[in-house]
Write a protein that binds this ligand. Structure first.
Ligand code: PMV
Length: 325
């Protein structure tokens, strides 16, 4: 008899071209495609165990029982898996991650990628990477991108069926590093699910979306050609545009802290001085400083010494979500 238990590991990812806003909030169908890099070294490990004796789904994250909205989001994914597998058993989900949650390091991306993979496997579904990416997307859009390996593009698609992420280059394609500069590890005030729903209230969102195919083309080519200057220019621009939309939505969302701005300024100065560094910021105050691996240790040390910087985590391109025994 199958054990109905499986464990998966997944890395978070950093978006180079951002996803912000859905054309369908329930299905998390985005208004634009996005490109990201998985982050090795940071991970979520999730075990799913379907058991006949459970009356409810149970969720434990970093040893804490989670109820309410967090559990509902997980149960919604489990329901889809149960429906496809013809299973009625509830599940125990135990998840751990080694990085601060809710602070712009996309903990939900790694969490839902690992959950989708572990749940599908535990239920005996033999799903393709694309199918797991679609399932992960329903939990958190950016989780679709933590399923394939390395450098990843999530295409808008035309419907639920073709809206998933694919790898555009393996991790070893380009020796980049992300120096995740933690300026405030506290919980963010407005989560991205609510943020996506506000995106269309900004008059800038329509222009951001209309110009997205151009930025995606530049970013994809920069990755293919390992062209750091082109990558730096487009990722900073894309991040700035997304934050402009956030700041001009109603209500306005300001994710930056004073230290966020001073790190951005420092990175721009370094690049002017010839250093291959660039910033990008998700829905939180932390600054992802992207650079070549050969200078990452130095960049991280220098960032650590800046005022307002609490910690710097260094991550290199990560692999796909994967099952572990
Ligand atoms: O997947 P979500 O709903 O957590 O949204 C992620 C949004 C950003 O991190 C700001 C951008 C992105 O593409 O990852």
């Amino acid at each position: 008899m199958p054990t109905h238990t499986a464990t998966a590991i997944s890395n978070p990812n950093i978006a180079f071209i951002k996803y912000w806003g859905n054309r369908n909030n329930a299905l998390r169908l985005p208004v634009n495609g996005s490109i990201s890099m998985n982050l090795d070294g940071l991970f979520t490990r999730t075990s799913v165990s379907f058991q006949p004796s459970l009356a409810f789904d149970e969720l434990i994250i970093n040893t804490h029982d989670v109820m309410g909205k967090g559990l509902e989001r997980v149960s919604a994914i489990l329901d889809i898996v149960r429906e496809n597998a013809g299973l009625t058993w509830k599940a125990e989900v135990v998840s751990e991650n080694n990085f601060p949650t809710g602070a712009g390091i996309a903990s939900s991306a790694a969490a839902f990628a690992a959950l989708a993979m572990a749940a599908a496997q535990a239920a005996g579904l033999n799903w393709s990477e694309a199918a797991i990416s679609r399932l992960a997307r329903l939990g958190s859009g950016s989780a679709a991108r933590s399923v394939p390996t390395g450098f990843v593009e999530w295409k808008m698609g035309t419907s639920d069926n073709d809206c998933y992420a694919v790898s555009i280059a393996p991790p070893e394609h380009w020796s980049l590093a992300d120096c995740v500069t933690v300026v405030n590890a506290g919980h963010k005030t407005t989560g991205s699910t609510e943020g996506h729903a506000l995106a269309s209230t900004s008059p800038l969102q329509a222009s951001r979306v209309a110009d997205a195919p151009r930025r995606l083309d530049i970013c994809r080519s920069a990755i293919f050609n390992r062209d750091f200057d082109a990558l730096a220019a487009v990722i900073e621009h894309d991040s700035d545009i997304m934050h402009a939309v956030m700041m001009t939505s109603q209500p306005a969302l300001f994710y930056w802290k004073p230290a966020t701005l001073s790190v951005m300024e420092t990175v721009r100065e370094w690049r002017k001085g010839g250093m291959p560094v660039a910033y990008t910021i998700d829905a939180g105050p932390n600054v992802h400083v992207i650079c070549l691996q050969e200078i990452a240790a130095n960049v991280a040390d220098t960032l650590r010494a800046l005022p307002g910087v609490a910690n710097v985590l260094v991550a290199t391109p990560g692999k796909s979500a994967r099952l572990v025994s």
